[in-house]
Design a protein around this ligand. Sequence first.
Ligand SMILES: [Zn+2]
Ligand SMILES: [Zn+2]
Length: 315
Amino acid sequence: MKTALRNFRSTFLAWVDSDAAVASADAGAQNAAAKFHWVRCLPFLLIHLGCLAAFYTGVSAAAAAVALFWYFFRVFSLTGFYHRYFSHRAYKTSRAWQFVFAVCGMTAIQRGPLWWAAHHRRHHLHSDTGEDAHSPITNGIWWSHFGWFASRENFPTRYSAVPDLARYPELVFLNRFDWVVPVVFLAALYGFGEWLAAAHPSLQTNGAQMFVWGGLISTVAVYHATFCVNSLCHLFGARPYKEVGDESRNNWLVAFLTFGEGWHNNHHRFPAAARQGFRWWQVDITYLILLLMSKAGIIHSLKEVPPEVIKEAGN
Ligand SMILES: [Zn+2]
Ligand SMILES: [Zn+2]
């Protein structure tokens, strides 16, 4: 009973302050490291279950449009900011914009930028070996898709992998209290829906409907599209750069769903680049948006792919 209470207390603390999980992960969790931590993952499971409420709220054109908008906004925030900026530093920006990028990424409800980047850097260092937290080759497809982040072992932020990010206290704050942005985001969606119901009743929407479509269904779609980069893109697709020494693949379907991230074998060949579609036909929407942002002066010094690297793949 005492142990159960202590476990619940540490889980609750970790919900509030993600750094509080470090101690609990270190103490006595070694044999549980590779298991799905159901209690800790309740919010993740509830977001999925909550989608069923769409049968109760129904749908409207306004709610569907808002869901699509937030799908686009958040997939880009993960690919353009969490991945290409925070994980790979593929371009430069100001400290203020860096903070904005972190907040945008957090609306995707995939925890903080330091946690995300630290795991991702480890993935590149040890791709498809026992040290890779989410390899479908060593641990199977479901583990690579979502089991890995639901385990105690992978819950803490590995600050040693992200010293360049950990020197910004504002980023560390967002990373520790990683529930703040998602809660404000979901509450704002509800409020927006209620406002529309009052101000524009002809749209036939309301707070609950906006919450379910813009907040839950859209989030689940973002989850599984981006998780496919870790699962499907190390299993199915072409490998023009076989010499990278891992199982990363170029998968056009995942590239379509994730605005360019499916050109994953390219990315493993040259992870530092802002661009992942190396050929004209490898559409990389994320890169196109980053180019527009550099034209607008928001970001600069985008790292390019050396032409000789592109040629390695032949025609
Ligand atoms: Zn990979
Ligand atoms: Zn990467």
